[in-house]
Write a protein that binds this ligand. Structure first.
Ligand code: ADP
Length: 568
């Protein structure tokens, strides 16, 4: 690839044109040889030619110029300084032409050398042509002015053909070289852009590979056909660790990839890499890789690479080792489950004795009876919480659906929270219809609604309001609990249904809670095949919305059954 810095007509910076000296000396030598051949021819015709002082002066001037060309360290001289050479050539040729007169015909034509030099130089066309014109006119007129005494217009016009020809030649050469130079410069520019883009490309590549080898995340890139195109060191070690014993080079389908229970091998089609290659976008999908004590939990995410035409060019898959986190969560679950189990036996005993005492409690003073009632109610709540936790942990949380009056469930929930709400200075408005039939587990639905209303009271302010709304519409039961309380920060919204989550502001407050109410509510909703969502604005309030799908045929079936039962 040519380097523009090596071009002879580059910018006027010394030292950047290594071939310049050779070109200058060659150009000048060409003139020297032609000039001396012309003089030799002239001498053959007129041996007394060298008697002319002007001619000898011209020849000497030219030899001095040639010597200067040879002696000058051109690499240390600005490019445009070399233009002094063709100008001095005009002077030398002027002397020679005036000295030789008619005996050296055509010597003026040698001015074509400096003219071409100027025209092909990097100076603007007008400057080059103008200088060539002035130089060639001087060539013919200066000797006239110096030698002729009786000058007439004819004397000036007669030799004018030479300057006209030389100027024409200058225009021709300048146009030709400027065209070529433009093309050359465009070529250099595109070559420079290409080189810059290549350099930027390889710099990016080096940066990318350093980043890939530095990050603590496994990265795998596959092409559109699923063939590996890139795998970083981290991923190579994960790949090796998940190989079955005795197989050092397993393919993707042979790797030991387990589901959440850490024991069931995932079928090839359900493996994250396979699904990602087929175009599925994965987000933090958890799998277990490898067996035994070295088993690792990985969170897998993927994104497709799209080319300029919008077609899928491949997929990038990332593997983050979340073993420590998964084990910590597992330990938390185990702890919770153990503690819940330990609570169960003493609670059953407490409840049994409380019930025994209350049943035979005719002799108890009314105040003591009341205290024991409160203790029994709270022990029952605790028992329900323990049962729910155990059921959620064991995945055995079940609901029993039946046709029930949601309107009644809501009004009962409102009456039981009234005292607490009044104490907190919060107004509860029940905007739901008094009777609203839907299919749900009445006990669980009441539990979910209680949780939401209880939160709406807890996280409210004195003078605040809670509004309940419910409707069966578009094949769906919709329940809404809206409060004008403290609201939830947008950053916390996605976590409020997580186990033990309490927003930072609540955690430092005196509001009681453990962060399980919404988890249980969500579990109830999921068991009903429903959805729960929340919208909230800090300082303004929150709205929790539950939706249970209502299959109209199932409702009709249940209605028919309950009517038949009533008529028996
Ligand atoms: P708890 O109330 O025992 O802390 P929950 O699971 O019921 O646990 O709620 C989890 C967290 O969600 C609460 O600690 C609180 O930060 C936030 N939250 C729930 N309901 C509301 C509400 N109505 N307004 C503001 N924050 C709420």
């Amino acid at each position: 690839m040519a380097d523009p810095a090596q071009h002879p007509i580059g910018p006027g910076v010394p030292g950047r044109h290594p071939g310049r000296r050779r070109r200058i000396v060659l150009s000048e030598t060409a003139l020297t040889i032609t000039l001396f051949l012309t003089v030799i021819l002239g001498l053959i015709q007129n041996p007394r030619l060298l008697e002319s002082e002007a001619l000898v002066t011209g020849l000497l001037v030219h030899l001095v110029v040639l010597g200067a060309c040879l002696a000058t360290p051109w690499s240390a001289v600005p490019v445009r300084a070399a233009l002094i050479i063709p100008l001095l050539d005009f002077v030398a040729l002027g002397f020679i032409r005036s000295g030789a007169g008619e005996s050296l015909s055509g010597v003026g034509l040698l001015a074509a050398f400096p003219v071409v030099w100027l025209a092909a130089s990097r100076i603007p066309i007008a400057g080059a042509v103008g200088t060539a014109f002035v130089g060639s006119v001087s060539l013919v007129w200066v000797p006239l002015l110096l030698t002729e005494d009786n000058l007439s217009l004819r004397n000036f016009v007669q030799p004018f053909l030479l300057p006209i020809m030389l100027t024409g030649l200058a225009v021709f050469v300048a146009a030709l070289t400027s065209d070529r130079r433009n093309q050359q410069e465009a070529l250099w520019a595109s070559q420079a852009a290409l080189r810059a883009s290549n350099e930027a490309g390889s710099k990016r590549e080096r940066l990318l590979s350093t980043v890939l080898e530095t990050v603590d995340v496994g990265v795998l890139a596959v092409d559109a056909d699923g063939h590996d195109i890139l795998m970083n060191a981290r991923q190579r070690s994960v790949h090796a660790a998940s190989a079955p014993p005795g197989n050092d080079d397993p393919n993707e389908a042979q790797l030991l990839v387990y589901g959440p229970d850490r024991e069931t091998l995932l079928p090839p089609d359900e493996r994250p890499v396979r699904r990602a290659v087929l175009g599925e976008g994965l987000t933090a999908e958890q799998v277990w890789l490898g067996g035994g004590r070295n088993q690792r939990s990985l969170s897998v995410s993927s994104r497709s690479m799209i080319d300029e035409d919008g077609a899928v060019a491949g997929t990038v898959i990332s593997f983050m080792d979340v073993t420590d986190l998964a084990l910590a969560l597992q330990a938390k679950d185990d702890f919770l489950s153990n503690v819940s189990h330990e609570f169960r036996t003493p609670l059953t005993s407490i409840l049994g004795y409380l019930e025994l005492t209350l049943e035979g409690g005719g002799s108890l003073p009314p105040a003591v009876h009341g205290y024991l009632e409160v203790a029994r109610r709270n022990a029952l709540r605790l028992e329900q919480l323990v049962e729910d936790l155990l059921a959620i942990n064991a995945g055995t949380f079940k609901v029993q659906r039946e046709l029930c009056d949601v309107g009644r469930i809501l009004s009962e929930a409102v009456s039981s929270v009234q005292v607490k709400a009044a104490r907190a200075g919060v107004d509860v408005v029940n905007a739901a219809p008094p009777e609203l039939m839907a299919v749900a587990d009445p006990g669980r639905l009441a539990q979910a609604v209680d949780n939401l209303i209880s939160n709406a009271v807890k996280y409210n302010r004195r003078g605040g309001t809670i509004t309940l709304a419910a409707a069966v519409e578009n094949g769906c039961l919709r329940l809404e609990v809206t409060d004008t309380g403290i609201g939830i920060d947008s950053a916390d919204l996605s976590q409020v249904f997580d186990r033990f989550f309490r927003s930072p502001s609540v955690r430092t407050s005196t509001v009681p809670g453990v962060g399980l109410g919404l988890l249980i509510t969500k579990t109830i909703v999921i068991e009903h095949d429903g959805t729960i969502s929340v919208t909230s604005e800090p300082g303004v309030g929150s709205t929790f919305t539950i939706r249970f799908p209502q299959d109209s045929r199932a409702i009709a079936e249940i209605l028919k059954d309950s009517k038949a039962a009533a008529s028996l």
